[in-house]
Design a protein around this ligand. Structure first.
Ligand code: NAD
Length: 447
């Protein structure tokens, strides 16, 4: 098939390369000239494991091109919309201006029967409003919503081997049939591997994505709420999570207490979901998401409390090593990153903060130029009064606490992700603090 992907960020660039890998002929379009130049040279301006290699391979086939010229969309059978939908400044709702700008630019290139397939995460009702617009701006073009569930860090595998495909299709049976057939052809390879395909109406498909993110955010905030209670009661949330996670109805995944969620999706998506529910008159249904958001934000403050507590009540003038800035490991994404937020707050409270991250320094420097960034873990920890591990990169999980203890001014560690071996660190002489765990080990770890 000939495919357009509009918006070549974390989602769109991966989607374009993966669609080429599946055998299609793909044009990736973005308004950002530098991004397009980088992608065309197999040098994406963001980190996603395996993406440079995949781009190199797929560009070499001659079936993948990147351009800023929307005219190149003409002739594609399906046009994926993968532009950003950030939070509106000062509001909870999503900013749809990029989606609408993309549709405006695309409309003159559409032929009757072309499928415009949204992948961006949008408030329910967006697809229908696009379909209404296109009915006059591009008669005969069809709108589908095909939400994306990829995880940064695993984006290629998640796109080539998704755990499900959701097609939101128009209500009119002929149109639904055409859209389903086109998407079936796009995803013939994963479908042949047995990937379940769920065909729904447009609104349900949009809501599937919002609901999935709301559930994941709630699961994380649930265990972080348990962490708060554990802190008050002197219990250990990691043991609690292991124990409740053995129940298959609960499951252990996404039950890691710590600094909470961040990134370019979950925070803004749950807020946009609340805002949209309000517009629809269903705001009561989602008031719990406000609590989910608040629990999440409280964890950042609590991490800072732990540092202050260990440093005698103030961080003023203290030297603090922050290990990890990305919102999660294997990503350079610092959008709404809890780690970066904690680093910035400590700096504002007068600490000398030395920040390290294997991939995210450039993005972090762009957002918070006033922080100090160093290239090696050694530089970050040298003579530190406290070491904070805020993103669970393998480099940090594998640190040797005995070696590290010899580098710092005092052996204080705050494990913001519950990713270190507390017993090993304590045995190496560290004062180990973590969210949701007692100051001292009180009970033996579960076998
Ligand atoms: P991003 O900011 O990395 O990329 C968005 C891209 O769209 C940018 O390159 C921007 O230049 C481009 N763009 C903006 N306006 C344009 C226009 N009019 N025409 C062409 N290009 C335009 O964002 P992202 O992380 O890739 O997310 C994109 C969408 O996918 C969002 O709705 C997001 O919620 C959703 N999503 C993201 C992920 C993820 O892990 N990043 C996962 C699932 C869904």
């Amino acid at each position: 098939m000939r495919i357009t992907v509009i918006g070549c960020g974390y989602l769109g660039a991966v989607h374009a390369a993966c669609m080429t890998e599946l055998g299609h002929d793909v044009v990736g379009i973005d308004v950002d000239e530098a991004k397009i130049a980088g992608l065309a040279a197999a040098a994406p301006p963001f980190f996603e494991p395996g993406l440079p290699e995949l781009l190199e391979r797929t560009l070499a086939t001659g079936r993948l091109r990147f351009t800023t010229d929307m005219g190149e969309a003409y002739g594609s059978d399906v046009h994926f919309i993968a532009v950003g939908t950030p939070q509106q400044p000062g509001q909870l709702a999503a900013d749809l201006r990029y989606v609408h700008a993309a549709v405006t630019a695309l409309a003159p290139q559409l032929r009757p029967g072309d499928v415009v397939a949204g992948k961006s995460t949008v408030p329910v009702g967006t697809a229908r409003s696009i379909a209404e617009r296109l009915a006059t701006e591009a008669p005969g073009a069809l709108v589908a919503w095909n939400p994306e569930f990829l995880r940064e860090g695993f984006a290629i595998d998640d796109t080539l081997h998704p755990d499900r495909l959701v097609y939101g299709v128009p209500a009119e049976p002929d149109e639904a049939e055409r859209v389903t057939a086109v998407l079936d052809e796009v995803y013939a390879t994963p479908a042949a591997e047995g990937t379940p395909v769920v065909v729904t109406g447009l609104e349900t498909a949009e809501l599937v994505k919002s609901a999935a993110n709301a559930f994941l955010a709630t699961k994380i905030s649930f265990i972080n709420a348990m962490a708060e209670v554990c802190e008050a009661a002197g219990a250990d949330v990691t043991q609690l999570a292991d124990a409740i996670g053995h129940d298959p109805r609960i499951g252990r995944r996404f039950l890691n207490a710590g600094l909470g969620f961040g990134g370019g999706c979950l925070p803004k998506d749950i807020r946009a979901f609340m805002a949209r529910a309000g517009e629809l008159g269903a705001d009561q249904a989602l008031t719990f998401l406000r609590e989910v958001d608040q629990i999440n934000m409280r964890r950042r403050a609590r991490a800072i409390d732990l540092v202050r507590d260990e440093l005698g009540g103030s961080v003023l003038g203290r030297r603090i090593a922050v290990l990890g800035l990305a919102f999660k490991p294997d990503s350079d994404d610092v959008r709404d990153s809890p780690a970066l937020n904690v680093a910035a707050q400590l700096s504002l409270q007068g600490a000398a903060v030395l920040c390290h991250d294997p991939r995210a320094i450039e993005g972090a420097r762009h957002r918070f130029p006033e922080l100090t960034y160093v290239d090696t873990i050694d530089e970050a920890v040298r003579d530190a009064d406290a070491v904070l591990v805020l993103t669970e990169w393998r480099d940090y999980r594998d640190l040797d606490p005995t070696w590290l203890a010899a580098q710092v001014a005092q052996p204080v560690v705050v494990d913001g992700r519950n990713c270190l071996d507390a017993d090993a660190w304590r045995a190496a002489g560290w004062r180990y603090r973590a969210l949701g765990r007692p100051r001292e080990a009180r009970v033996p770890a579960l076998a």
